[in-house]
Design a protein around this ligand. Structure first.
Ligand code: PLP
Ligand code: COI
Length: 338
């Protein structure tokens, strides 16, 4: 294993030894290539640079207490990337190719997979870009699909602890019929302004309401939202949020643990009635929300300075499945290294 101070890692980029790449040309995907180059040579008129033909994914590999390395729901990430590809007219990466490349890049960089005790993991970042030249607004003919990995610590300082969020009303990350449900770079570019301001004001992240009416809860920066009340896990239904694989898993876990699940519009007013609330995602895992501030109305929604009992139970169960210490009864994990 590399000599890295694993437990001090933050959620940032660190170079690893290899990335894997596959090129789409003449209507088909080529062979998987292994590269040790961190750079891409790109045509200056590539569609990813001008017209945003860019999509990414995010998942993690976990070094488990039984010595194996597992990845979580990799086929779901492949399926979401395929959906994103349909959304911005790019060729779909077949699931088999996606999974093969994930396995390969994790195995090639196994010395960078953090030890179990550190709490860190190996973040896997698939990226699909249009590479051929266009000047008119049209999709590219050639594409590059690559995956790099980087060891990461918690997305928010302190890991599993409650953090404050702030509602933004003057910035939308996505329009109701736009690209919010796709994992495309443009959504993140649209969020940077609000994200920077939230950080400057001391919040963990910005928090979005629906773009059309500013009445319903959308999501928490780069993570989905859930609230808990009356033994029910409640999460927004919205056309402009990313379908989070973590959230989908938590809905199943919540049912397994015997609480009800509701996926429906959540009006801002309802926030007052939640006993617990949190952000969830691959990077965020579960990040409980301590309070949510609406600067425009002056309203503050309090959910407690410590992670609540259901958030804690959901977190522990999710982590247990990911690290192979709780039975994976839905077949969500894949052993990549025995
Ligand atoms: N919402 C946004 C905008 C995201 O960027 C992410 C991260 O991928 C999520 C939600 C959480 O999705 P997942 O649980 O699949 O990582
Ligand atoms: C993730 O949770 O995987 C994300 O992509 C969030 C952020 C780093 C974009």
């Amino acid at each position: 294993m590399k000599n890295i101070e694993w437990s001090s890692l933050t959620f940032g980029y660190m170079a690893t030894d290899y990335n894997v790449r596959c090129y789409y040309r003449n209507g088909k995907w080529g062979e998987i290539e292994v590269s040790s180059d961190e750079y891409l040579k790109l045509h200056m008129a590539a569609t990813c640079l001008h017209y945003g033909q860019e999509a990414f994914e995010g998942l993690k590999a976990y070094r488990c207490p039984d010595g194996k390395v597992r990845v979580f729901r990799v086929e779901e990430n492949a399926a979401r990337l395929q959906n994103t590809s349909r959304g911005i007219v790019m060729p779909e990466v077949p699931t088999d190719l996606f999974v093969e490349m994930v396995k390969k890049v994790v195995r090639l960089n196994q010395e960078f997979i953090p030890p179990y005790e550190s709490g860190a993991s190996l973040y896997i970042r698939p990226l699909l870009i249009g590479t051929s030249a266009q000047v008119g607004v049209r999709p590219a003919e050639e594409y590059c699909f690559l995956i790099f990995v980087t060891p990461v610590g918690p997305y928010f300082k302190g890991g599993f602890c409650a953090n404050p969020y702030v509602i933004v009303r003057d910035v939308d990350r996505a329009a109701p019929l736009g690209t919010g449900m796709y994992k495309v770079g443009g959504n993140y570019a649209a969020s940077l302004r609000a994200n920077r301001r939230a950080h400057e004001q001391g919040y963990a992240s910005e928090f979005y309401l629906d773009a059309k009416e500013k009445k319903y809860v959308d999501e928490c920066g780069a993570a989905n939202f859930f609230g808990i009340k009356n033994n029910t896990y409640i999460t927004p239904k919205s056309s402009s949020i990313l379908p989070s694989i973590t959230n989908k898993s938590l809905m199943t876990i919540a049912e397994d643990l015997g609480i009800k699940v509701e996926r429906r519009p959540i009006s801002e007013d309802e926030l007052d009635s939640f006993e617990e609330a949190g952000a969830c995602g691959t990077a965020a895992v579960i990040s409980p929300i301590s309070h949510l501030d609406d600067m425009t109305t002056g309203k503050v929604y309090n959910f407690g300075d410590k992670p609540g009992p259901w958030s804690t139970k959901l977190y522990e169960t999710l982590r247990g499945i990911q690290y192979g210490t709780i039975e994976d009864k839905h077949g969500w994990t894949m052993v990549v290294i025995e």
